[in-house]
Design a protein around this ligand. Sequence first.
Ligand code: ADP
Ligand code: MG
Length: 734
Amino acid sequence: MTEIDMLSALEPIVGRRAADLLSEQLDIATVGDLVRHYPRRYVDRGKLTDIAGLEIGEHATLVAQVEKATLRDMRQRRGKLLNVVIRDEKGATLDCTFFNGHKVNHYIHPGVRAVFSGKVGVFNKKLQLTHPQFEALDEADEVRPFLSVYPATGKLGSQMIARCVRQVLDVLDDPTDPLPPLVRNREGLAELGRALRRIHVPESEADIHAARNRLVWDEAMGVQLALALRRQATGARPAAACPPKPGGLLDAFDAALPFTLTAGQHAVGAEISADLAREHPMNRLVQGDVGAGKTVIALRAMLQVLDSGRQAAMLAPTEVLAAQHARSLRALLGPLAAAGELGAAEQATRVTLLTGSLGAKARRQALLDAQSGAAGIVVGTHALIQEHVGFADLGLVVVDEQHRFGVEQRDALRGRGEQAPHMLVMTATPIPRTVAMTVYGDLEVSALKELPRGRSPIATSVVPLAEKPAWFASVWRRVREEVAAGHQVYVVCPRVGGDTAAKEDPDADLVDLDDPDIGADSDDVASRRPPQAVLDVAPKLEGEGFLPGLRLGVLHGKLPPDEKDTVMRAFERGELDVLVATTVIEVGVDVPNATGIVILDAERFGLSQLHQLRGRVGRGSAPGVCLLVTEAPAGTTARERLDAVAGTTDGFELARLDLELRREGDVLGAMQSGRRSGLRLLSLLRHEEIIAKAQVYAGHIVADDPGLRRHPGLAALVGATVGDEERAAYLDKV
Ligand code: ADP
Ligand code: MG
């Protein structure tokens, strides 16, 4: 046989049938794929239960021998039942019943020894295991202190995988360790070969722990090297240096600013200003809670770029927000934005709105302004990049509310041209440290901690309709009180409604109701009725409804763009008392006179999303109120999540909770492409320290060996993490 390495095919080692199954069922093709298919859990034989000691209701795992197996017809249904009696080493017996008898029949017959696990129940006054999981044992298993249980499928059981793994480990020489000895020694990490053997065939719990720890490091290094390479690739491109120009637009703007910048705005502004002055592109993320005042920061950055004779583009996730940004930038700039108009300031520029749905004429003009350079600032949705709008000289791209944009879109924004624009990304979603180090690891991060002074507290309450149905009426009484006091209120619904089609608001970022992690135990609520819809709720409030005499507006992504704009402006001007809307208002909408927000079916929204929505109020001097209306019963996790939102206004805390509740894979998945995810063990919650250290090592290694030529093993790790294509993009250019 030729030498076996991680890239070898499996068939010569495990045989044709097993190799086919592995490839078909689990997409495992090579030796490397298989040894990186780690056990999901282990059965510690020292901790197995005896049959004699079983108790009703407990979840038991035991090793026993099949004594009798009888196949019967079921009385009520089609199919066959398999009644099995098993006996443990101490001689005690137990009944087990399998409902898919005709299938398991082939594996379970007298004499077979197996691990059985399941919940202990009672039938005919005797204890029994109903439909337990079982794993037949072979001789090799009998002497092992731990049995490895693999992620498996119906056709390819865990024991069969275990056998293939052992066959492979028997013939595989220890692979070359990709981690530099320096890292391994300093962090006390096992060698790769040993770790791979131990994770599959451990002798002790300490083995499992050490093996996993080492393999987590591989994944963390893969991620951090990929990010360090990405930073290197984007940061190395030339960019136009835009140093501050005294006496320019920025100075004029600062002189006219009606408020003083907070210390945080000053500090972040200085970081950005220094970045812009360099000949390589800025890649900076500004993170600041809702209302922290990020727009002014972005505008000042744009003005610095304009002062160097270049243009700036600002991208927003929705048309509503793009239109609002254009308005508020013009308002902030005043005469400085009135180029070509009467009374304009001498250096004035122009702010142009360019969205996908402009009328043909307005669109042509906007495109022309971008192309000629007449528009210093172009505001739009990401249609702006998708449609390859031509700029005379684009120096800076500002992306607002980043959490709607993925890594790939970020790359598209950087463009492929000779010179890359500077990039400033702004998000109000607080980012837990590990996410900042991974998903946003290609960006430098500035945090804007304090809020401008004069912000008001927001009181958040859960309105639990399951227990207090009568409170529904009080919600609307409270809304009337806010309006009577001269304020305005948002009412948010999860759906647009109005038709039977399941098509949702294209602009709204709704919780995926099919997502088992989020919808989970609100299912019982969901099954009773569809979630509240804007077009159903509004008529119930109007006229003779809960809010008689109040001026109501309706806003959602299905409205034609100019109507959205009209409604939003009317609300901004105080011509509407109540705005019934989907989450289109989630990000960035800024109406200081709005003091109340009612969120219906609140359990339908993610934690960070609720925090964002709540951030729409309390922006002026009057205190805000946020009512989270839900039918989810007390004691469900849906209710716990809402209580968490009501319990804290700390966005960081909520973001962390959100991360715990979301599938981490989705977060990490955002940075991966390629056939399979290389990340199996790495957790953003549990491995914060490892991720942080790996980031430092990766930075040093890439600075020292930019093409990873002296570290071929690490280059392979990068490929395993982000796919070979991306790896090649980073490494082959250097
Ligand atoms: P966000 O960070 O959520 O985007 P905005 O930029 O929309 O916040 O700012 C919210 C409001 O606070 C705006 O009306 C803005 O003009 C105002 N603002 C920003 N900075 C300050 C400041 N230093 N002092 C007072 N008000 C400010
Ligand atoms: Mg904003």
